[in-house]
Design a protein around this ligand. Structure first.
Ligand code: PRP
Length: 181
């Protein structure tokens, strides 16, 4: 192992398994949507790789947009603070909106974003997350689409960072504890 891969203790979800699951999620979304043309809203930065793969697997008319929020800072502890750094560039009134996130953890971030989006009166609002850590939940949220439910381990890769690093790993890996201690 070389470069950034050597900071990884173990691979939790490998590249092939991720790819297969993303295709299944895209099929589920397409089946549920029927005729409408949904707007996929990715929450930056973590969602950018999942969003790109999901979109390429989604064989239907759809649009995308992004918003950027900040909740953690450069550490592993959620402060419960959510700041909107960039909002979407359009009205979602009467649109079918699917929020796309890399991970649902405490639910603070998505709880906030879901409330904000609902207030804008979309026709429907769904939540699609690649990873879910149900053990960590503080806010009552149930996603409509989940790639994988995972245990409470410190994961990076496939968009997820530690101190802004490791987002480019093509798998979901568990970081060696000495890296973040
Ligand atoms: C991650 C993730 C979610 C949030 C989930 O983002 O993308 O937005 O944390 O945690 P929660 O359920 O406890 O709110 P992060 O703040 O690390 O920013 P990033 O997407 O820019 O990496």
């Amino acid at each position: 192992m070389s470069g950034i891969h050597q900071d990884i203790e173990k691979i939790l979800i490998d590249e092939r398994t991720l790819k297969k699951r993303v295709c299944e999620l895209a099929d589920e979304i397409r089946r549920d949507a029927g005729q409408p043309e949904p707007l996929l809203v990715g929450v930056l930065k973590g969602s950018f790789i999942f969003m790109a793969d999901l979109l390429r697997a989604l064989d239907m008319y759809c649009e995308i947009d992004f918003m950027a929020v900040s909740s953690y800072g450069a550490n592993t502890v959620n402060t419960g603070q959510v700041r909107i750094l960039k909002d979407i560039g359009q009205s979602i009134e009467n649109r079918d909106v699917i929020l796309v996130e890399d991970i649902l953890d405490s639910g603070e971030t998505l709880g906030y974003i879901m409330r904000l989006m609902k207030a804008r009166q979309p026709r429907s609002l769904k939540l699609c997350v690649m990873l879910d850590k149900p053990e960590r939940r503080k806010v009552d949220i149930t996603p409509d689409y989940v790639g994988f439910s995972i245990p409470n381990e410190f994961v990076v890769g496939y968009g997820l960072d530690y101190a802004e690093r490791y987002r480019q790993l093509p798998y979901i890996g568990v970081l060696k504890p000495e890296i973040y201690k």
